[in-house]
Write a protein that binds this ligand. Sequence first.
Ligand SMILES: [Zn+2]
Ligand SMILES: [Zn+2]
Length: 219
Amino acid sequence: MNIPPAAILGRYRQALSNISIIMRLIYLSLLTALLFSCNRSKAKVDKDLVLKIQPFIGTDLNEINEVADSIRKYYPKVIIASPVKLPDFAFYAPRGRYRADSLLKFLSGLAKPNETLIGFTTRDISTTNGAIADWGVMGLGKCPGNSCVVSTFRLNMTKGKNQFFKVAIHELGHTMGLPHCPNPECFMRDAEGGNPLDEEKGFCPKCKKYLHNQNWKVL
Ligand SMILES: [Zn+2]
Ligand SMILES: [Zn+2]
C-alpha cells in the first residue's frame, strides 16, 4: 500500500495523542484510588492495641468519661491521657480553626507503638476536601493509622454525648482500616458535609465482621 508521507505523519500523531489520553486516564484513576481508598490490607491486627483518648484543653472530662465507657463496649482497652494544649502549628488563622490533618500528625507523634490516639477538642477543625482547601469537619481519622481526632464544635449539643460517641467510633473505625460504608444506618456512613448522625444505629453486619477480625467486641 502506498501511503503518502503526510498521511503517515498524521497517523503517527493520532497514535501519540491516543496514548497520551490513555496515560492521563490511568493517572487520574490512580489519583482517585489514592485519594479515596482506605487500604484494609495494610491494617494489621494488634492484640495489644490500646485506644488512648487524648483530650485537648477545654474538653469536658465528664463527657469524655462517658464516651470512653461507650467505646469500651466495642473495644475494652481504652485509657484517657491528661489534657494537652492544641499545637500552634495546627492553627489555621484565616478561618480561626485547627487543621485536622496537622492534629493527626501531632497525635501520631505522641502514640506509642501499640497505641492509637483519639484527640478530642471543642474547637472547629478542618481539612482539604478535593478542590475545597479548608473544609470544616466533625472528625478525621487515618485509614488505617494510629491517630484520629473528633471535634464537638459541629455537633448537635442537645444530643451531644450520643453524637460525640458516634463521631468517635466512626473515626476509630477508619484507624482500624474501615472505609466509608454505603449503609445509611451504619456508623461508617459518610457525613458528606451534613450531620446524619441521628440516622446511624450501629455498625452494619459487613463492618461488624471486619472489626470482629480486628478483635473488636461487635458480634
Ligand atoms: Zn469518615
Ligand atoms: Zn457498614
